[in-house]
Design a protein around this ligand. Structure first.
Ligand code: G3P
Ligand code: CA
Length: 424
């Protein structure tokens, strides 16, 4: 007996009266109610075609053409349109009959893809289908076009992610010998006064791939590099950073408090640091003083002035600020800083258009990293300082590791790489 099926073999017609419980607050029937009926009718049709288990793989092009009312008799007509190796497309036409007038309206149409499964839940081959009428031939030809479009769409999205994903953008920052990008936190804050030129110079001498720094706006609206909102902890000034002009901040001493360092260094402007970094190292810029709405545009101005859009990663705990960055520029990479372990890290990044997720190192697992990578996003952790912490993150598959002691991170990663090399 032939394995080939006809469209009639699996066709389904299913009717149901719409009840008050199916209505949304405006009195029409919920789209979700219709969608559930569509999935049910299509599922019956798919199961009939394979005479085995099936699962809905996607619901495509579901269109609602007219409202459906309580009291309408809804009729769903489902038939197999197209068959691939392990999947099939089912088309569903939905009609609603006003039982009092007898008028029938075409209210919805949908195309669904089902996958046939064997007893172990693995995809199995779907029996072929043959068209008997001209109408069936037309539907099959249209379904083949949709199948091609779906495949081309999926491939285009994959290619887009590969070319434009942050992982690809940041990949060029990494020393090919190292497992991840090594970022010097506030320069080399473990051995030099944080967020000062001496700290950035030391980080460069230690061989970092990028420096990290924090920005606020000065009283005269210039992006300046300092961590706290106030001057007291790291400089010989007092009060808020926003209380002084960039020129006044420049002549403060932001270095001497660091373990009694004899070097003097002012609070640098972002402009000054970027001009120094250009061609030498990449820069991770943390947007700190985001309560001032000018911080984002002024920071972008500095980056554009130095033509460094591809050499910076803008990060922030303020995801609204990252959205603002994304609205203003699609060419700059951004990273969402956060604390803890979100249920859906990819959604967290997507919500603000970020290319990278930047969690604290201790809340990341290798599974989380793999999930984020599958979405084409990068994972950059902070702040890994102790040797045991470096050991803990070595095999998570991270894209970047930020440290006050970047030399420790680089040395342990290098030792690990050598240890993992096979013996000759
Ligand atoms: O790299 C991110 C990290 O710098 C965030 O924390 O307080 O050091 O700016 P914080
Ligand atoms: Ca920071």
């Amino acid at each position: 007996m032939s394995n080939v099926r006809t469209v009639r073999d699996s066709q389904v017609v299913m009717s149901q009266v719409m009840l008050p419980g199916d209505a949304n607050p405006t009195g029409n029937v919920h789209g979700g109610v219709i969608m559930k009926l569509v999935d049910t009718a299509a599922g019956v049709c798919a199961t009939r075609h394979v005479r085995g288990r099936t699962v809905t793989a996607r619901i495509d092009s579901m269109s609602f053409l007219q409202p459906v009312y309580v009291g309408d008799l809804v009729t769903l007509k489902a038939s197999v349109n197209d068959v691939g190796r392990t999947s099939m497309e089912v088309g569903v036409r939905v009609e609603a009959e006003d039982l009092q007038t007898g008028v029938v309206r075409h209210v919805s149409s949908a195309h669904l893809v089902f996958v046939a499964l064997d007893d172990q839940g693995r995809p199995r081959e779907v029996p072929p289908i043959v068209a008997e009428t001209d109408e069936e031939k037309r539907r099959m030809a249209e379904a083949k076009l949709r199948r091609g479009n779906r495949q081309r769409g999926d491939e285009a999205v994959r290619a887009f992610r590969d070319q434009n994903g942050s992982r690809a953008a940041l990949a060029g920052w990494r020393n090919p010998e190292a497992p991840f990008i090594v970022v010097g936190h506030r320069g080399a804050a473990g051995s030099a006064p944080e967020n000062t030129m001496p700290s950035f110079e030391r980080a460069l001498a230690l061989g970092v791939d990028a420096i990290e720094l924090d920005v606020h706006l000065s009283r005269d609206g210039v992006p300046v590099v300092i961590h706290d909102h106030t001057l007291d902890r790291t400089t010989n000034g007092t009060g808020p950073v926003t209380g002084m002009t960039a020129a006044e901040l420049k002549v403060l001493d932001a270095a001497h408090r660091f373990r009694g360092a004899d070097v003097r260094a002012g609070v640098p402007t972002l402009d000054e640091v970027l001009a120094w970094a250009k061609g030498k190292t990449r820069v991770v810029i943390e947007l700190k003083g985001t309560q001032n709405p000018n911080l984002v545009p002024r920071t972008l101005d500095c980056i554009q002035k130095q033509a460094m859009l591809g050499d910076v990663l803008l990060i922030s705990f303020d995801h609204q600020a990252l959205m603002d960055v994304r609205v203003r520029s699609s060419d700059v990479s951004t990273g969402a800083l956060y604390v803890g372990r979100p249920a859906d890290p990819v959604a967290l990044a997507t919500a603000c258009g970020a290319d990278a997720l930047c969690p604290h190192w201790a809340s990341v697992t290798a599974e989380d990293v793999a999930t984020v990578h599958r979405a084409g996003l990068a994972v950059c952790v902070w702040t890994v300082n102790e040797p045991a912490e470096v050991e803990a993150v070595l095999r998570l598959g991270l894209d970047a590791v930020t440290s006050d002691y970047p030399e420790r991170v680089a040395a342990i990663a290098q030792r690990d790489r050598i240890a993992l090399q096979p013996l000759e």
